[in-house]
Each structure stands twice: as C-alpha cells, then as structure tokens.
Design a protein around this ligand. Structure first.
Ligand code: HDE
Length: 686
C-alpha cells in the first residue's frame, strides 16, 4: 500500500522530469546562442550584389552549428523510432526479484525504441530484417533497460564475432552496396561459416521477418538473465514482450512495394496509432529456470543465445504490461538521442556468463559515449534517471552540471558521496557463483546447430514454408556469386533439410543436392510439434483488428454518403480506420469526400478493401473501370487481402476482374470481411 503511494508519486515526478527539458521557441525573437537578438535571414554583404562579409558573425554561428547538427548514426539499428509509455507490474514479484519496478503497485515511465538492424538512417524500415525492441524503464530505483529483438534467437554465440557479422551483412566495403538487406555474397559466406545462426536466419526469412508494423511484433530478450531477490536467491529467466494485438506480417511482394511507396511505414504506423488513441500494449512474460550452477535446463543450454527454449518446456509467467501512449516531441532529442544498454539493470536483475551478453555489457556504453561525443550522454533528458544520481563522474565534454563542493572521491570523511552499506544487497551480484569455470582458453560451444532450425522448419504450415522457400530463393538469387550460393545450399540448407535445400535450389537454377543427402535422411523421426508450440504465424495470432486500415474505393457514381457513414460506424466500433480512395482527391459527384487517390495511395497501405455500394451496377462493369482502379483491387487480391463487395455494383466490379467467388472475397458480408482480417493473407498465398 505504502509502496504504491510512493510509486504513484515517483511516476508523476518521472513524467514531470521528462517534460522539464521541453523548450519551445515559438513566437520568440531570434537570438544568437549568447542571447543577443539578431536577424539571420539575409546575409551581411558589401552591397546588394557584393561579397559576403566576414563580420557576419551571427550568420557564421548559424552555419557552423548547422554543419555539426548530426551525431554518428548507430553502427547497427540506425533506423528506428519510438514512443513513451508506462510499465505496470501485475503484482508482487519480490519472491524472485528485488527490482522495484516489479513490486506490488509499481508503475514506471518508459520509452521504447523500435529499429531495424541493417539499414542506415534514412533507409527503408519495411524491408526484411531483424527488428530491435529496446525499452528503458525509468524506475524509482534507477533505469532498467530491456534491449531485445523481435525474433528469439541470435546469429552468433560469441560477441567477439559481432563486428564480423555486421561487416558481412552491411554494404560491401569495396562497392558500397547493397545498403539494405543481406542478399549479397559476404552475408551468405558468413552465414555458411556460422551454422549456429541458421535458426535466426530462418526466422527472419519466414513471415516473421516482414512484420506488418511494430505494434504486431514480439520482443525477445534472447539471452538468459538473472533475477535476485532480497534474500540473495538467484533465478534465471528469459524475457518476452507479448503483443496483445498478436503477430501480423506482410506478404513479400507487399513488403517490397510498401518499401518503395512508404519507407517510413513502421514509424508512421506507430505515431498515428498513438495519436488516434490506439495504444499498443505488450505483456512482459518470462520463462524461469532454477539456478543450479549448471546453466542448463532440461537439456537446453542457458548460455547459448542461438537456442531457444520452447514455451511448452518452460511456460510463460506474465509479470506486467507496457503501454505506449505518448509520442515524442523531437526526433533528435528523444528516439535518436536515447541510449540503451543491457548493462543498465537495477538491484535485483543481473546477468549470466553468455559470451554474447558479456560483450554487450561493454559495447553499448562505449557506443553511447562515441555517438554523443561525451561520457556525459547519460545526462541527456531522454537518458536521465528519475532516481537520484550521485557519483563522482566529473567534467568531460559537454558536462551540463555545475557540481558544488570540493569532494570528488569516495570513500571520504570530509563529505561528498558515500557508498551504500557493504551489508546491503548490491546490484550486479551473482550470489555464490565461482567466476572461474575451467582453464583459460578460447572456447566454442559444441552442439547440433541445425536442430532447432529444422524443428522450426517442420513446424511451419505449408504456406509459411513456401514463403520461407521463396525468401531463401529471393536472397540467394540476388547473391550473385554461384560458389557462395551452392556452398550455402549444400552445407547449410541441406544439413537443415534435404527437401528444403532442393526446393530452394530448384527455384534459382542451382544444383539440387541428391535426394536423401544431408544431415537428416528421415524427416519422420522429428516431431512436427516443436515450432508450433513455440510460435508460428499460423497458430499464434489473435484477431484483434484495432488500428487496422480499410480502403473503400469510389468514383463519381460508386458510393453514397450513407454507405460511407454506415461503414465508418461499423469500423470505428472496432477501432479500424476507413479511407475513401478515388481517381482524385476531393469531393466526388456523389458528395462523398475522397481523401486519397489511386495515384498517391496504394493497396499496400490497407488491410482490407471495400468496393461498390447500392449504386448503379452498369456504372461498374469491367468496361467502365479505370486501369488504376482495377489494379488497386487486383493488387490487394494478389496479396491475399480480404475484399468486400457491397450492394449490386460491387459484385459486378469483381466479376469484371474475374475474382468473384474466390477465397477471401466476400459479397455483402461486411462483418465477416473485418473479422477475418489480415491473417488470411498469410494462409492463402504461397
Ligand atoms: Fe546490439 N548493439 N549488439 N544486440 N542492439 C547496438 O548499441 C552489440 C545484440 C540491439 O534502439 C549498438 O546503442 C554487440 C543482441 C538493439 O538504440 C551496439 C552485440 C541483441 C539495439 C550494439 C550485440 C541486440 C542494439 C548500436 C554482440 C538482441 C538498438 C547502437 C555481442 C538481444 C538499441 C547502440 C536502440 C544496438 C552492440 C548483439 C539488440 C553497437 C557488440 C543479441 C535492439 O553497441
């Protein structure tokens, strides 16, 4: 009860602190950085057609500042955006952790940044890639960062390989391309030499790799972490953000079209959803494993981030909920300037000797100092803790604080900062653990790298499998180096599954490995349940339509104001938006207002399409269709989107296109169209 009150107070304080740095120049007179009023709209010149003068100091200050406006982009995950929200604990988790943000009644301010790994800032957010899901929880006992990805495993088992991985997937050093995506020889050579990453790669090449948006992705901590309770007891855990909207993906052709039409789709979707009051939510769920010093659980190695532990082996326990409900006000100062680090944990959360995690504990703080040119970046408004910050980190570039007093060392009998009592449970401890685990050496874990990849593959439904085969084909066909491609097929794909390897090879004109070769000759020995019990798109999708977008296509005769009003009332009850798309933007002869045109818009912006109404059937026969109107509907159909035809004219329209009576096409059944939703897309088209 008492903690709840304190938490609420701190929560209000957190929001206030995060707001205090906001400053508006609106309506104010321009000054230099020194506060002197100036007008820098026209240069100081020697006559109306003469040279610029060196004395134009305010003009020089303006350009010099401009020249330095950019900070280096993140070396990975450069492209991204985010939003503020709150994390709320579902209850009292003091039995497993002393982390204050997981106690009874705890509510904390939070900021989440979503990103994609490979693309540089300014690239397309829609392309196939691993998405980052990083959250900072501004708790009253300090900042807690949860820095994860949208798929649950990783490419490598040792952080020392990370620069090699990233060099291989980013643009090629000599050519400077491709700047986006992994479809090139260096990436596939790396993937072939690192079979431990085959599972992560396959998840990215499955439908999971092209999520519809960031609201419909899962966050995965990937590593095992450690909780410690007040009594010093340690429990291992893996964490997940489970979206309450479920998972949704695009189809590949839709994603590539969307990447060209609206490269900022992900950030726009998040921003607009929050503005519309459709706040996305994720539940924080964990799997727990006893700390018995072996770092193993039922045969699974807890120190290997390329492996996952199925949910039926270790079930999920839900600890709390994250709601994103406030947009940032300044892109640079908030999503760009924020720095996350797996090393930012509070008392009650700690790590394990996973060699990827261990390197991450150093790399993020280092890159934050580099990006902001100063170790003081932790004092930027978006990074600042709301918990009191007292230490002897002094001076340095861009130190914004004027510390008082002469004491800068600890311990200290003259005043200054004192250390927490030695008897207290301090953060960063791994109780009772012996640091040395054997002779010093350079080690690589030894296990079957392909087992989980194979299980995931077998667990995919037939459409999801075909999508994945197509993605391998797309990537490998674009690699352009036949030797690299053949090696990848023979040594990696064929050791996952002979049939997979043959299917991929067949589609790209490579040599198919002979039937029955590869590591596994008898598929039947593998149960078909592993992946579906962990996750697949086919089975683990909730059908909430909140925040989806529907287009109704119109022309001067095709739609009435009454129809639109009826549709809006039906859709808005489900928090689905409706856009009227017509040959031109503006008011149509019917009086309906079209806010998008076929030229500006695209079917890839929408999750379902309505056509027609009770208008004149003859006005919508195939002869009267404009080409752009027809291709809008045909494209939506080819992407497997639900299409609803209303009244007498809609069905005539679809008959003209030859797609009436097809799966996913619904006549006069508006409710059904919306209930089926986007999920159909994944199931119908191979
Ligand atoms: Fe990161 N990673 N990473 N990473 N990572 C960065 O930190 C790094 C890894 C992840 O929105 C960088 O501030 C190393 C796994 C996300 O700001 C950098 C290794 C996972 C983000 C860095 C890994 C991630 C980053 C670049 C292997 C999933 C974006 C800028 C040892 C669990 C955070 C920055 C944001 C960003 C290093 C592996 C997720 C360079 C060395 C595994 C979501 O420090």
């Amino acid at each position: 009860m008492k903690l709840g009150a304190v938490t609420t107070l701190a929560f209000g304080l957190a929001a206030q602190l995060l707001n205090n740095a906001a400053y508006s120049t609106n309506g104010k007179i321009e000054t230099t950085g020194e506060g002197v009023q100036v007008n820098t709209s026209n240069s100081l010149r020697a006559g109306p057609r003469g040279y610029n003068l060196l004395e134009d100091t305010s003009g020089r200050k303006k350009l010099i500042h401009f020249d330095r406006e950019r900070v280096p982009e993140r070396v990975v995950h450069a492209l991204g955006s985010g939003a503020y929200g709150q994390f709320e604990s579902y209850g009292d988790w003091s039995n497993i952790t002393s982390a204050c943000w997981l106690q009874q009644g705890a509510r904390s301010e939070a900021f989440t940044r979503f990103s994609v790994v490979v693309a540089s800032a300014g690239g397309s957010e829609v392309n196939r890639d691993t998405h980052g899901f990083a959250t900072k929880i501004y708790s009253e006992c300090g900042n807690q960062d949860l820095v994860g990805n949208h798929v649950p495993s990783f490419f490598i088992n040792d952080g020392i390989d990370f620069p090699d991985l990233i060099h291989s997937v980013k643009q090629e050093a000599n050519k400077g391309f491709p700047t986006d995506g992994t479809a090139h020889p260096t990436a596939y050579d790396f993937f072939n030499l690192h079979p431990e990453g085959s599972f992560q790669l396959m998840t990215v090449l499955s439908d999971l790799g092209i999520p519809r948006d960031e609201r419909h992705i899962r966050g995965n901590g990937v590593h095992t972490y450690r909780f410690i309770n007040a009594a010093g007891k340690s429990t291992f855990f893996k964490w997940y953000w489970m979206p309450t909207l479920g998972l949704r993906s695009l189809v590949y052709d839709e994603a590539t079209t969307l990447a060209g039409k609206q490269a900022n789709w992900q950030r726009i979707d998040l921003f607009d959803s929050i503005e519309a009051g459709n706040y996305p939510e994720w539940e924080l769920a964990i799997q727990m494993f006893p700390d018995d010093d072996t770092f193993m659980y039922k045969g699974y190695d807890l120190l290997i981030p390329t492996q996952v532990i199925p949910f039926d082996v270790a079930p999920l326990v839900k600890l709390g909920k994250l709601t994103l409900n406030r947009n940032f006000r300044n892109f640079f100062a908030e999503p760009e300037a924020i720095s996350f680090a797996p090393s930012n944990v509070v008392d009650g959360v700690s790590w394990v000797p996973d060699p990827v995690l261990q390197w991450r504990l150093m790399s993020y703080d280092d890159t934050a100092s580099h990006r902001h040119g100063s170790p003081n970046s932790y004092l930027l408004p978006i990074n600042r803790a709301i918990a009191p910050v007292n230490n002897n980190y002094r001076d340095g570039y861009m130190q914004p604080l004027i510390f008082q007093g002469d004491q800068t060392s600890t311990p200290n009998n003259l005043g200054g900062v004192s250390s927490a009592s030695a008897n207290e449970t301090l953060p960063y401890t791994s109780p009772g653990e012996t640091a040395g685990q054997g002779p010093i050496g350079r080690y690589a874990p030894s296990y079957d790298s392909f087992y989980q990849t194979r299980m995931f593959w077998y667990g995919l439904g037939q459409y999801a499998q075909q999508h994945t085969v197509d993605a391998y084909r797309f990537e490998l066909a674009n690699v352009g180096d036949a030797t690299v491609v053949q090696r990848y097929i023979d040594e990696t794909l064929n050791n996952i599954d002979n049939c997979l390897a043959r299917r991929v090879a067949y589609g790209i004109g490579a040599t198919m490995p002979p039937v029955g070769t590869g590591a596994v000759s008898n598929n039947a020995t593998y149960p078909n349940s592993y992946a579906s019990s962990f996750y697949t798109l086919d089975t683990n999708v909730t059908k909430s339509n909140v925040g989806l977008q529907v287009a109704v296509i119109a022309n001067d005769t095709l739609l009435t104001g009454g129809d639109v009003a009826a549709m809006i009332s039906l859709l808005s009850a489900q928090k689905v938006s409706l856009t009227v798309v017509a040959p031109k933007i503006g008011t149509l002869a019917s009086g309906v207002n079209a806010t998008a045109s076929f030229l500006i818009s695209s079917s890839v912006f929408y999750d379902a399409i309505f056509i027609g109404s009770s208008g004149n059937a003859s006005s919508t026969n195939s002869a009267s269709l404009t080409a752009d109107m027809a291709s809008f509907v045909e494209q939506a159909y080819s992407h497997g989107k639900p299409i609803g035809a209303l009244g007498s004219s809609g069905p005539a329209f679809l008959a003209g296109l030859g797609i009436s009576n097809q799966p996913g096409v619904f006549i006069e059944e508006v409710g059904e169209v919306l209930a089926v939703g986007h999920v159909q897309i994944l199931l119908r088209f191979a």
